[in-house]
Design a protein around this ligand. Structure first.
Ligand code: SAM
Length: 271
C-alpha cells in the first residue's frame, strides 16, 4: 500500500466508512491541474478496446471530459460486455455512455440536470453512431421506472462549497460536498437490483458521509491517483477546503510543499 494512499484510507475508516480495496488496485497517473484541459470545441477520445470517437465540448462552460472521466472509463470498460444495460447519471458531454455503447452495452440511458450537457452529449453520440436514450432531469428521477441497469456511471459533483458560495447548479453539492451523492445513493438503493453496480470517481474533499450513504452497497476502491492543486486553482473556495481539512472534514496532503487530494474510482455493488 502506497504511503500516499494509506493515510487517506485510514481517515475514511476512522469516519466509519466500510470498504474493500481491489486486489488488482490500479495506480493512475498523478493529475496536475487544471481540471479541464484545452479550449477546443471537439476533441478526439482514444480508449483501449474501442474505436476512437469525438467528444463535443464547451470547456469555457466547464462542460468537458476530464482526468476523472478517463479514469472512470478505464475502470468501467472491462466490466462492459455486449448486452450490459448501462446508465450514466450526470452524463456531461457523453464520453462514458458513448464509450459503453462502442464496447457493446445495450439499453443505454444518459441523463443530466444541465440541458447544455445533454445537447453536447447528443452530438457526441450521433457522430459515433451510438444509440442512447437521453433524458433531462435530476438524478434517477430522469430514468423511466420500467428500465433496469447492470452498470451505472455516476460521476456526480462532490466539491464542498462555502455557505453563500455561488457554484452553477451542475456543480453544486452542498457545503460538505456530499449532498448530490447522498441523494443519488438513496435513490439507487431503492431502485437497483442486487448485483447492479455503480461506478464513480471521487476526490478526498467531500465529507466521508458521502461514502457512508452507500450503506446498501459493497464498496470497493479499484484505482487511485494523486490530484495536485495548481497555484491559483479554486482560488475562491480554497480557504473553505483548507479550513475543512484542518477540522478533519476533508482530506488533503502535501508532497514537496505541493498540496494534493487523493482520488479514485469506487465501485458500489448493490447487496
Ligand atoms: C463532474 S461532471 C461529469 C460529467 C461526465 N459524466 C463525465 O464524467 O465527464 C458532473 C455532471 O453531473 C451533472 N449533474 C449535477 N448535478 C446533477 C443532478 N442532481 N442530477 C443529474 N445530473 C447532475 C452535471 O450537470 C455534470 O454534467
Amino acid at each position: 500500500m502506497s504511503r500516499d494512499l494509506a493515510p487517506y484510507l485510514d481517515w475514511l475508516r476512522s469516519h466509519g466508512v466500510a470498504f474493500d480495496v481491489a486486489g488488482e488496485l490500479a495506480r493512475d497517473d498523478d493529475h496536475v491541474g487544471p481540471l479541464v484541459e484545452g479550449d477546443e470545441e471537439m476533441r478526439p477520445v482514444e480508449l483501449p478496446g474501442i474505436p476512437p470517437f469525438v467528444e463535443h465540448r464547451d470547456p469555457e462552460a466547464g462542460l468537458a471530459a476530464d482526468h476523472a472521466t478517463f479514469s472512470l472509463a478505464m475502470a468501467l470498460l472491462p466490466r462492459i460486455a455486449p448486452g450490459t444495460r448501462f446508465w450514466d447519471i450526470g452524463c456531461g458531454t457523453g464520453v462514458l455512455p458513448v464509450a459503453a455503447g462502442l464496447k457493446g452495452a445495450s439499453s443505454i440511458v444518459a441523463t443530466d440536470v444541465d440541458e447544455r450537457a445533454i445537447a453536447l452529449a447528443r452530438r457526441t453520440a450521433a457522430d459515433a453512431n451510438v444509440s442512447i436514450r437521453f433524458s433531462h432531469g435530476v438524478l434517477l428521477e430522469a430514468v423511466p421506472a420500467r428500465l433496469e441497469a447492470d452498470l451505472v456511471a455516476a460521476n456526480l459533483p462532490h466539491k464542498p462549497c462555502p455557505p453563500g458560495g455561488d457554484l452553477p447548479i451542475s456543480q453544486r453539492a452542498g457545503e460538505d460536498g456530499a449532498d448530490v451523492h447522498s441523494a443519488f445513493a438513496a435513490q439507487a438503493a431503492a431502485r437497483l437490483a442486487p448485483g447492479a453496480t455503480v461506478g464513480f470517481w471521487l476526490h478526498s474533499l467531500p465529507d466521508p458521509r458521502l461514502l457512508r450513504a452507500y450503506a446498501a452497497f459493497d464498496l470497493t476502491l479499484v484505482s487511485w491517483k494523486r490530484r495536485f492543486l495548481q497555484p491559483g486553482e479554486y482560488e475562491d473556495v480554497l480557504p473553505w477546503f483548507l479550513d475543512r481539512a484542518r477540522r478533519g472534514l476533508s482530506y488533503m496532503a502535501e508532497s514537496s510543499g505541493r498540496r494534493f487530494l487523493v482520488g479514485g474510482v469506487w465501485l458500489a455493488r448493490r447487496r
